[in-house]
Design a protein around this ligand. Structure first.
Ligand SMILES: C[S@@+](CC[C@H](N)C(=O)[O-])C[C@H]1O[C@@H](n2cnc3c(N)ncnc32)[C@H](O)[C@@H]1O
Ligand SMILES: [Zn+2]
Length: 275
């Protein structure tokens, strides 16, 4: 199956190996030095030449998918959408979701035709699910430490519950572009932390460290909270237990019961400093 959306945007990309521009050749991106990356029939380009095993398993993204479909993160996505609309100086806001997972946010945002979305994750299984979620987004399997996009090409970078590479974010952002980093708030999934507290090494999350690191690279324009507590069905309780890296090393069969969940996120909005 042809993927014209990726092929038609070949000029937004650059080769992650040598940094040269790409030309589209049939269903591939070909750089001037001859590095070639195929557009998969599943709807993404895989830019990883040496994939490393990641701690994120497919079941985690499937659980996340069901949780997203039930609306638990809609408020956070709406908050990000409002920020993009408020801060974007261009009519169409071109954004990269760096660490997009199974693609909820980029898919949500590109339902609006004023949003031009690119999504990147290092886990192929996650991007495969993302490409099923939306055909509007330019999806790629890639490392955010080597983003295969041109300098100054994005109006915004989203970095949601994912590690950052601020130098790369600065490179791909236009001078007036904004960085939106979403980090867990103090009460994020506190019911899970309490249900598995006996099995966790560190039960408290130190969001302050991330914020001070963010401030080194970006001038903060705004910090916004998105927080709500929801009641859960027993199936959703299991999906929440499976979806978070917090429980990677715990036996979820031994988790104490809980029937509510708090989704408490801090949204940091910044403009990159000249570093
Ligand atoms: C907790 S998940 C969050 C996913 C998504 N942003 C969300 O909120 O649903 C963290 C994501 O970061 C991705 N990730 C971690 N290191 C990465 C890297 N170096 N390059 C690209 N993605 C990375 C993981 O594969 C995973 O999908
Ligand atoms: Zn190249």
């Amino acid at each position: 199956m042809k993927n014209n959306i990726l092929i038609n945007h070949a000029d937004a990309f650059r080769c992650p190996l040598c940094g040269e521009a790409f030309a589209a050749k049939e269903q591939s991106f070909l750089c001037q030095k001859g590095h070639c990356f195929d557009v998969s029939s599943k709807g993404y380009v895989n830019f990883l030449t040496n994939p490393k095993r990641q701690p994120y398993e497919k079941f985690l993204f499937e659980s996340r998918g069901r949780i997203f479909d039930s609306g638990f993160y809609d408020r956070a996505a709406e908050a990000v959408q409002n920020i993009l609309t408020a801060y974007s100086s261009d009519t169409v806001c071109r954004f990269l979701d760096a660490g997009c997972g199974e693609g909820f946010y980029a898919s949500f945002l590109t339902k609006d035709s004023q949003m031009d979305g690119f999504g990147l994750d290092v886990v192929k299984e996650a991007v495969t699910l993302a490409a099923k979620r939306s055909k509007n987004v330019k999806w790629m399997v890639a490392d955010l430490a080597k983003i295969p996009l041109r300098n100054d090409s994005m109006n915004a970078v989203l970095n949601i519950l994912t590690p950052a590479n601020y130098r790369e974010f600065q490179r791909v952002l236009s001078p007036q572009g904004i960085l939106i980093k979403v980090v867990p708030g103090e009460d994020y999934l506190k019911e899970i932390r309490s249900a598995v507290s006996g099995q966790l090494n560190a039960s408290r999350y130190k969001g302050g460290d991330i914020i001070s690191h963010f401030k080194k690279y970006a001038e903060i324009l705004k910090i916004q909270k998105s927080s709500a507590t929801f009641s859960l069905t027993p199936e959703q309780r299991i999906d929440f237990l499976k979806m978070t890296p917090m429980t990677f090393h715990v036996d979820i069969q031994k988790a104490a019961d809980f029937s509510e969940i708090t989704v408490d996120l801090d949204i940091l909005v910044g403009r990159m400093k000249n570093i």
